[in-house]
Design a binder for this molecule. Structure first.
Ligand code: F6R
Length: 367
């Protein structure tokens, strides 16, 4: 049932190209310049009236929402807030009938996320669920459902569900942008074309797993490490950090690169591994200056970037891992795959139960 893989997690990491294709299939027109999402169940007028969006979820699904915010704000220019479901419920969120609440849940059964959905509905909001399980409680109660077609996810650590959520958010952002006229048809076509290449580009990363494994064996000897990045890279850093903690039990923190010097830089000492995500051209120089700050304190830095920046970065870091070139908006769907593999191989090197990490359950149906 593990299809020849040693663990479900590794199998599911390898199923991502298929999960991307399945989640995109049938959701764009033949000309490749329009997204089709009848399941949103929202009229043009309702979409034009949306004043704010709240994305609510837990754990990895929350982290997918961080990328979702970036996508929607860039494409549609609607203000988006991210909330952790267990916080949202109790903070008296400001929800109106012009709010679109998006709940994200692989299982569709997470108790706090379900409660957040009800909170949104009680305030008159339309609640859209992005979920991987069609018959789940969240899918049944939501006003509309955008299904991710990742297939069953068995490993406790979520991988293909997260990346399918990113695909779903991209499609959603493009669709809202079409209706609200914030992106032209050629712009939409360009993004859709780039999305079609993602499955093959994931394969390219998977083919380099030995290099990631070697690095994972290096970091497995450390007690603490840091992930840094800006923008989408910061969102991915948060997911990379969660994944690593969850299955390797190595302590790590994800930091917005520019925020380090406001306190956390004090923790950087000789030999501490820092993984710097540096895929965003527009802030690359800024990220490089943050990399230099940690290097100056003795950190050992691995940068994740595109080929064109490799030589440049090698002047300030110890190692570079190259991911295939895509649009800045879409890099999360590629860079995160390298971090999933990193967490997997670190856990493996430490001899942990990769698919069933201690203290954790696949579906959290208690509050
Ligand atoms: C981490 C992980 C958890 C879940 C979280 C929400 O790898 O899997 O953080 O993402 O418990 O679960 P769902 O998405 O089922 O609501």
């Amino acid at each position: 049932e593990k299809g020849g893989y040693e663990h479900f997690m590794l199998k599911e990491i390898h199923e991502q190209p298929k999960a991307y294709r399945d989640t995109m299939r049938g959701r764009m027109n033949a000309a490749g310049n329009k997204v089709i999402l009848p399941e949103l169940n929202l009229t043009e007028e309702q979409i034009k009236n949306i004043r704010n969006i709240q994305i609510v979820a837990c754990g990895t699904a929350y982290n997918a929402g961080l990328v979702g915010r970036n996508l929607i704000e860039s494409l549609v220019r609607i203000p988006v807030e991210n909330d952790i479901a267990s916080e949202y419920r109790y903070r008296a969120p400001i929800v109106t009938p012009e709010t679109l609440v998006i709940v994200v849940s692989q299982s569709g059964e997470t108790a706090d996320t379900l409660a957040a959905l009800r909170e949104g509905q009680a305030n008159g909001a339309h609640v859209l669920a992005i979920t991987n399980v069609v018959g789940s409680s969240i899918a049944r109660e939501a006003n509309s459902v955008l299904v991710t077609l990742a297939g069953p996810e068995i490993a406790v650590a979520s991988t293909k569900a997260y990346t399918s959520q990113l695909i779903a958010f991209t499609l959603l952002g493009l669709y809202l942008a079409e209706v609200r006229g914030t992106q032209s048809e050629p712009e939409v076509a360009k993004i859709l074309a780039a999305m079609q290449s993602l499955p093959e580009q994931v394969e390219v990363i998977l083919a380099q797993k030995e290099a990631i494994k070697a690095y994972a064996e290096q970091i497995a000897e450390h007690k603490h490490l840091f992930f840094i990045g800006r923008g989408v890279d910061y969102a991915v850093a948060q997911e990379g950090s969660l994944k690593l903690k969850e299955i390797s039990y190595i302590h790590s923190e994800a930091y917005a690169a520019g925020e380090l010097k406001h306190g956390t830089l004090a923790l950087i000492e000789e030999g501490v591994p820092v993984i710097a995500l540096a895929t965003q051209e527009s802030v690359l120089e800024k990220t490089v200056s943050n990399i230099k700050e940690v290097k100056a304190r003795g950190a050992h830095v691995l940068a994740i970037t595109h080929e064109e920046h490799k030589d440049d970065l090698l002047r300030s870091v110890d190692q570079v891992f190259v991911i295939p070139q895509t649009l800045p908006l879409l890099t999360a769907t590629l860079s995160v795959v390298s971090l999933q593999l990193l967490a997997y191989y670190a856990s493996l090197a430490l001899g942990h139960d990769v698919d069933k990490p201690r203290n954790l359950a696949k579906s959290v149906t208690v509050e």
